[in-house]
Design a protein around this ligand. Structure first.
Ligand code: FAD
Length: 405
């Protein structure tokens, strides 16, 4: 079937990408009565090794939407503080208990549960449509976009296209936006490792001499992230799986009795870490948000929070105007102005973490606790600062977008 066989669709707003930014934007716009279509290229949300953190600020948003109690019935783990083992010393990095938020914890929940939750809630609004297996393949800038569906290609015509299609976004490449790369000296290998009874409790990160292993407790297994120097995967593969096992066990010796589970490179997924930002996030009829506007490193686990906060700001600033039928370039620029500063702050924090806390290379810090971490141990109140940056972030957003009557 060719493109002309599928009828063109017309709507107020098309959101490219059903990730955290796209799904929340779609939900909020539909809640405001805007006709919105979310296009997601995959058939479902079941992808492994995406960020699975639900931050206290997101839980506040869910409360503002009256959805918190229902949401917290979904299976999740609650983390009150982040502890790490640094050069053999246990240290607390962030303490969420003093945050001025409703929930004083970080929730870990598979991202697909979070996205399915919002997709189901959004489907209740008559002006919301979600098309799965609809990959955006081009933008035409006459108010249309082309989408590849399982049946063929189809044009969508919209007043506004919101690019929420992540860090390899077609919307920002086809939009012709200038992308500024800030560099990241690390890549991350993600894998699953089983959890055993008697494992150390509440140990989130294992640092030694510039090497880092993150273990996210997922109840019956760990989602493990092992940091390697940028581009170091080929060299590591040459040294072989046993070398990788050895490096991981050196950081977390209790994994020795199960490390052989990682018996094939196909069980290990490489994340090429990027930090970048579009110089301009919008042009007439197109706005990029979330990772599409600013790819985040996994350092600090804040990419989802930022993407969701972008979605809230977008709906706050644009919902009523979209409903009324006209969004100007100046309106879109307002979204960038509001969200660019928090993005810069967080990206600088991530670059700082890369440079000073973990580089993936051997460092000369000996066996002592790095100074910053010593300060956090001496002055516990200081642990609220990383908790605030991770759990809330700068310039937190609140729901002000209208509800359709
Ligand atoms: C391995 C890994 C671990 C991470 N860990 C964390 C963490 O612990 N905590 C945290 O906060 N952040 C983490 N992050 C970052 C976080 O996942 C992102 O910052 C966040 O998901 C960005 O949300 P988004 O909606 O902007 O983009 P994405 O989550 O990337 O969503 C984009 C969506 O668009 C879809 N899409 C892409 N192209 C098209 C197209 N052409 N047409 C239609 N649909 C398309 C994709 O399928 C996807 O569903 C991690 C990232 C990775 C890769």
């Amino acid at each position: 079937m060719n493109m002309t066989d599928l009828p063109e669709l017309r709507t107020s707003c098309v959101v490219a990408g059903g990730g955290p930014a796209g799904m929340l934007t779609g939900f909020l716009l539909a809640r405001a009565g805007v006709n919105v279509v979310v296009l997601e290229k995959h058939a479902d949300f079941n992808r492994d090794f995406r960020g699975d953190t639900i931050h206290p600020s997101t839980l506040d948003l869910l409360h503002e939407l009256g959805l918190l109690d229902e949401f917290l019935k979904l299976p999740h783990q609650e983390v009150l503080a982040l502890n790490g083992v640094f050069n053999g010393h246990v240290a607390q990095i962030a303490d969420f208990s003093r945050l001025p938020t409703r929930c004083k914890f970080l929730a870990f929940m598979p991202q697909w549960d979070f996205l399915n939750f919002f997709a189901a809630k959004a489907q209740r609004f008559p002006s919301f449509t979600l098309h799965m297996q609809h990959e955006v393949i081009d933008l035409l800038f006459e108010g249309n976009r082309v989408t590849k569906t399982p049946e063929g290609e189809r044009d969508f015509r919209a007043d506004l296209v919101i690019g929420a299609d992540g860090r390899h976004a077609i919307t920002h490449t086809r939009g012709g936006f200038e992308l500024r790369e800030f560099g990241a000296p690390i890549d991350v290998l993600w894998m699953h490792i089983s959890k055993h009874k008697g494992d150390p409790e509440n140990r989130f990160g294992f640092f030694r001499h510039g090497k880092l292993l993150v273990l996210i407790d997922r109840d019956d297994y760990y989602q493990a992230g092992f940091v390697i120097p940028k581009g170091g995967i080929d060299e590591l593969k040459k040294r072989g799986l046993l070398a990788l096992h050895g490096e991981m066990i050196a950081l977390a010796p209790f994994l020795e009795n199960r490390i052989a589970e990682l018996n094939d490179w196909s069980k290990i997924k490489l994340l090429t870490v990027q930090i970048n930002r579009l110089r301009k996030w919008c042009r007439e009829g197109l706005l990029c948000i979330g990772d599409s506007a600013h790819a985040m490193s996994p350092a600090g686990g804040v990419g989802i929070n930022l993407a969701l906060q972008d979605a809230v700001a977008t709906a706050n600033l644009l919902a009523a105007k979209l409903k009324a039928g006209h969004v100007s370039l100046a309106d879109l620029e307002q979204v960038q102005r509001r969200r660019e500063w928090p993005t810069r702050v967080i990206q600088r924090m991530q670059s700082f973490i890369h440079r000073h806390i973990v580089t993936g290379r051997e460092s000369k810090s000996g066996d002592s606790l790095p100074l910053i971490l010593r300060l956090l141990q001496w002055f516990p109140a200081l642990r609220s600062l990383p908790a605030r940056l991770v759990g809330i972030g700068p310039r937190p957003e609140h729901i002000h977008s209208p509800i359709a009557s």
